[in-house]
Design a protein around this ligand. Sequence first.
Ligand code: IDP
Ligand code: MG
Length: 140
Amino acid sequence: MQEQTLSIIKPDAVEKNQIGNILARFEKEGLKIVAAKMLHLPEETAKKFYIVHKDRPFYMDLVRFMISGPILVLILEGADAVAKNRKIMGATDLAKAEKGTIRKDFAESIERNAVHGSDSKENAKVEIEFFFTKKEIFSR
Ligand code: IDP
Ligand code: MG
């Protein structure tokens, strides 16, 4: 099934100049980048994006991290894009991430973990609409 999913290269990986290396992982696995923009999120936007985590102890730290520098927001398209992207990313906690995953290779900690990826088809749709208009998406 052709799908789209939202990916974010987080401030830690942008700061370390690893954008290209991370994008190459997606392309190597057959995912296409069909939309992309660099943003430096206002606090309110980051709080809204991560609202599902508002009651978690790490919520405000996560928000502060996500607004600490620019991010690259992407839409990845391809067969089973949601699950495939999660597999390429690796586990949230880099200590649990498998060898060869983005987080294993680029994360610093459970918080500063290089990438975001939608965790379901439903959330992918919501997250894509959060950041992109139809005209900004080049499905192919
Ligand atoms: P995910 O990014 O793998 O989907 P989520 O549980 O949705 O993981 O958490 C969102 C983000 O919040 C993580 O990517 C990470 O940056 C941060 N985070 C998750 N759990 C913790 C934690 O226990 N301590 C600090 N930050 C965390
Ligand atoms: Mg998540």
